[in-house]
Design a protein around this ligand. Structure first.
Ligand code: C2E
Ligand code: MG
Ligand code: MG
Length: 611
């Protein structure tokens, strides 16, 4: 409700040819406190006043007009200004005729803001009518303003909502779709394609070197690079194709209604344009590497989930990357590489659960000193308690290495192996262990400090521990491996090069490493009694090892014949089923041996011993 105070400042037009008429009304209204009174002797003056207030209609209050006003057809004036049913209607009081059907007589609709009074009106009557009309008018104006405000507010809110929706579905930097909105749109497309038998293709672009620009040139330049690359790709694809940014350097383009060969051409076009692209930042010129994966949406082989489609395209891009730079690779579920990756995916939760639920356990296999016939140490071998029995490391170690879970495994093995030594009774404190470390251990900077800390806290003598890493792993990480082996040695532990002979055709590199033992791979030993080539090769390995001052260990000694040959060839240590399979416990006495080892002259002397 508007305050009555506003009334007194609103303009009231008093129009009549007779001065006495005007003055009388002026007098009555002034006495009631109305101030802004405009007197008009004819129609012309009335229209002038109306015109001057055209832009501020709320300032116009009421018009009191005598019916006989010259230059004005009062009923027409009423029709124009008071009968539109709008909030800006101006109330008019017509003086001069007092008939109740005045409005009807003059063709005015009911609801017009018009009223009539006789010449002989009473002062109170006029003042009440003016007040009433002003209240109605102001109420209408107020409502109009409220409505306007509401409409504006609503429009602003709609705009804001639209902005929020846009920002949540589009990447802020590039304006591309976000991962979640791509998901949403693909879900609709997959359903639709299913119904209308339409094919499509999702391209997954994996761009490298964005990080490099960020690091060397700063994030501003990194952002500029992204925008330029996105613009470039945009020019290559149709505007109605979906283009999304999934991560920092991962992008997806969905090509609708397209065959595999046409989609491949688009992918190759994108890759070519990115190969030619150069990003100039200051005086440095960068080029990008890109790998494109492609997964088809085929009407006869529908995919129901967008995540699956994206994952297929991503897997294909990883294979493209493995093939080298700038490749396009199409997903095919029969692809052996893809099958391997799928296998990895199934293994990940199994390995994680095994770590969480302590489903790993260790077995120990004796390694025999062939010069003394005594147990030198035990190799620690990891096992997983699976739902259907024991799972051997060959099944899960390489998956764990590919998926990064291996760090947890390495640490678990080291902790439990050292814990095992710590728990042995004092009379077995000569027992020593060889612990296998993964190829990734070389990259794991937290592992050696953890080992050091474990040794310190348990007081286990470091020379009771040998670490084994495969030959292939150390060749692939030459410098880091060198450093790691030195650190292992500086702790006081020994180092063995495992599976020796499988990795490299030259042995020259051995000089660069501070190695204690060469463990000749089982493949050279398994058939050594029947295979002369193996004998020649093993002999060569032994000779080189001797020259370098290294001791040799033969794996897979399964028979007395191979043991015999190993001894003859000068091998220092042996390990294999002939002496004992890996077991969860180690025996205090020699009952661990499963065979009669009378081949040794001093077979009586078999006992566990330090190196
Ligand atoms: P490896 O270190 O060369 O271990 C020797 C493998 O040969 C073991 O297989 C052992 O059970 C097997 N073996 C020993 N004697 C004989 C024999 O006379 N005949 C035959 N056929 N096999 C014999 P396992 O335990 O299945 O381990 C396989 C590989 O898994 C190991 O090869 C090692 O590379 C890896 N591994 C084992 N435990 C661990 C571990 O704790 N951590 C890591 N990172 N890798 C491990
Ligand atoms: Mg080993
Ligand atoms: Mg081995």
């Amino acid at each position: 409700m508007v305050s009555n105070f506003a009334f007194f400042y609103q303009c009231i037009v008093i129009a009549g040819s007779e001065p006495s008429f005007r003055e009388n009304i002026q007098h009555i209204l002034s006495a009631k406190g109305f101030e802004n009174l405009v007197l008009a002797a004819n129609g012309k003056k009335v229209f002038e006043t109306l015109r001057s207030m055209a832009r501020t209609p709320d300032k116009m209050g009421v018009m009191i007009i005598h019916q006989s006003l010259p230059g004005c057809q009062v009923d027409e004036l009423c029709k124009i200004f008071s009968c539109n049913g709008q909030d800006q209607d101006i109330p008019i009081i017509v003086v001069g005729e007092d008939t109740s059907d005045w409005q009807q007589k003059h063709g005015l609709k009911s609801g017009c803001l018009v009223s009539n009074l006789p010449d002989t009106f009473r002062n109170e009557e006029l003042a009440t009518l003016v007040n009433l009309f002003l209240t109605i008018k102001n109420e209408r104006c107020f409502r109009l303003k409220q409505e306007e405000r509401l409409i504006n507010e609503l429009a602003e809110r709609k705009l804001l909502n639209a902005k929020i929706t846009y920002l949540s579905t589009h990447d802020e930097l590039t304006g591309l779709l976000t991962r979640s909105s791509l998901d949403y749109k693909l879900r609709i497309i997959l359903q639709r394609n299913n119904n209308i038998n339409r094919n499509g293709a999702l391209l997954f672009l994996d761009l490298a070197r964005f990080g490099l620009v960020n690091e060397l040139e700063g994030f501003g330049e990194g952002d500029r690079l992204i925008v330029e690359v996105v613009q470039l790709v945009r020019r290559t694809v149709r505007s109605d194709h979906l283009f999304a940014r999934l991560g920092y350097d991962e992008y997806c383009v969905y090509l609708d209604d397209i065959s595999a060969s046409a989609a491949k051409k688009v992918a190759q076009r994108i890759v070519s344009s990115l190969i030619d692209f150069r990003f100039i930042s200051g005086s440095t010129c960068y080029n990008l590497t890109v790998s494109a994966g492609m997964a088809m949406v085929l009407s006869d082989k529908m995919i129901s989930h967008p995540e699956e489609l994206i994952s297929r395209a991503r897997q294909a891009s990883h294979l493209a990357k493995d093939l080298g730079q700038h490749q396009v690779w199409e997903y095919n579920e029969r692809d052996p590489q893809i099958q391997k990756k799928n296998n990895d995916i199934q293994w990940v939760p199994i390995i994680r659960t095994a770590l969480q639920d302590d489903r790993f356990f260790l077995e120990y296999q004796p390694v025999i000193n062939l010069h003394t016939g005594k147990i030198s140490h035990y190799e620690v071998l990891l096992r997983m308690a699976g739902q259907n029995g024991v799972i051997h490391p060959d099944e899960f170690i390489s998956v764990a290495e590919r998926t990064g879970l291996i760090h947890g495994i390495d640490l678990w093995v080291v902790e439990h192996a050292i814990g095992f030594l710590d728990d042995l009774p004092p009379e077995m404190n000569h027992v020593s262990l060889a612990i296998n470390l993964s190829s990734q251990a070389i990259q794991d900077e937290s592992l050696l400090p953890a080992i050091k800390q474990l040794l310190e806290s348990t007081w286990i003598s470091p020379n009771r521990i040998t670490f084994e890493i495969t030959e292939t792993a150390i060749i692939e990480n030459f410098e880091k491996a060198q450093k790691m082996i030195l650190e292992i040695k500086s702790l006081g532990c020994c180092f063995a090069l495992d599976d020796f002979g499988t990795g490299f055709c030259s042995f020259n590199y051995l000089k660069s490493f501070s190695i204690d033992y060469l463990k000749i791979d089982g493949q050279f030993i398994r058939n050594i009694s029947n295979d002369e080539t193996d004998q020649v090769l093993v002999k060569a390995m032994c000779d080189i090892a001797k020259k370098l001052g290294l001791q040799t260990i033969a794996e897979f000694i399964e028979s007395l014949e191979s043991l015999n040959i190993a001894k003859r060839l000068g091998i220092d240590f042996a390990q294999g089923h002939l002496f004992g399979r890996p077991q969860t416990m180690i025996m205090k006495d020699e009952s661990i041996f499963t065979r009669d080892l009378s081949i040794f002259n001093d077979s009586d002397s078999f006992s566990t011993n330090n190196h």
